[in-house]
Write a protein that binds this ligand. Structure first.
Ligand SMILES: C[S@@+](CC[C@H](N)C(=O)[O-])C[C@H]1O[C@@H](n2cnc3c(N)ncnc32)[C@H](O)[C@@H]1O
Length: 225
């Protein structure tokens, strides 16, 4: 199987001019953090345990979310070393718990990795804006691994753009999908029907879809209790 690891960092925006500060900055992550925290809050209200964040990027979300949900152990992960350095420095900057970050390629058999088995079974997994900018094997790997690593009744959240079968495709999403595929033919906006079928195969039998700002969706898959 060809590697699903990205070959370069996704960001070229340092958050600081201090050479010792490795934080990277994403305006999108800054904007979508608050509505995602609000959407996750009801799901997390009565949960404890470990949450694995896959493809945590700059770490702005991991810092903010670990502070927003202090009753959960928030484990950010990313396969890119510059991202992991940024995740560490955002946690330090925000005085957040700063667990990990873990080096995790979601296209591999990550659920068997000792760093994951040590924190499993997981209460939840969150992956934001990852599966449309990576090969379909990454979406498959996340769902397959979630089937193994989640506790019964555990939750897998995907946030990002999706094609939702009953909704008309917006011009914006159609153009975005074409731009993604032009950049890498293995990338592209995923169809929630495909995600639901992969979930069924992995024992994540319930799916719900919540519209989010700016044409995004929160897709929630629940493992059988
Ligand atoms: C657009 S960024 C999103 C980052 C962050 N989740 C956010 O919403 O700001 C995509 C992230 O997916 C990560 N990624 C790409 N391929 C991956 C893979 N095979 N396994 C895990 N993460 C991956 C990248 O390193 C990058 O951090």
């Amino acid at each position: 199987m060809t590697s699903t690891r990205p070959t370069a960092a996704f960001y070229d925006n340092p958050a600081s001019t201090d050479e010792d500060d490795k934080r990277l900055f994403s305006g999108i992550a800054l904007r979508n953090g608050p509505p995602v925290i609000a959407a996750l809050a009801p799901y997390f209200a009565n949960r404890t345990g470990s949450v694995l964040e896959i493809g945590a990027g700059t770490g702005q979300h991991a810092g903010a979310f670990s502070l927003a949900f202090p009753h959960l152990d928030w484990w950010p992960s990313d396969p890119v070393p510059d991202h992991r350095a940024s995740i560490t420095d955002w946690a330090r900057f925000l005085k957040a718990p700063g667990l990990g970050p873990l080096d995790l390629d979601a296209g591999a058999d990550w659920a068997e990795d000792p760093q994951i088995t040590a924190i499993s079974p997981l209460a939840a997994i969150l992956s934001m804006n990852v599966i449309h900018i990576s090969p379909m094997d990454v979406a498959k790997g996340i769902i397959r691994g979630a089937g193994k690593a989640l506790a019964p009744d555990g939750l897998l959240f995907f946030y990002g753009p999706f094609f939702v079968s009953e909704d008309p495709i917006s011009d914006g999403n159609r153009e975005f999908d074409a731009r993604l595929r032009a950049r890498d033919p293995r990338w592209g906006i995923r169809d929630t029907d495909d995600i639901g079928k992969l979930g069924q195969d992995a024992g994540l039998n319930e799916m719900s879809i919540q519209p989010m700002p700016a044409n995004n969706q929160l897709v929630v898959l629940r493992k059988s209790a």
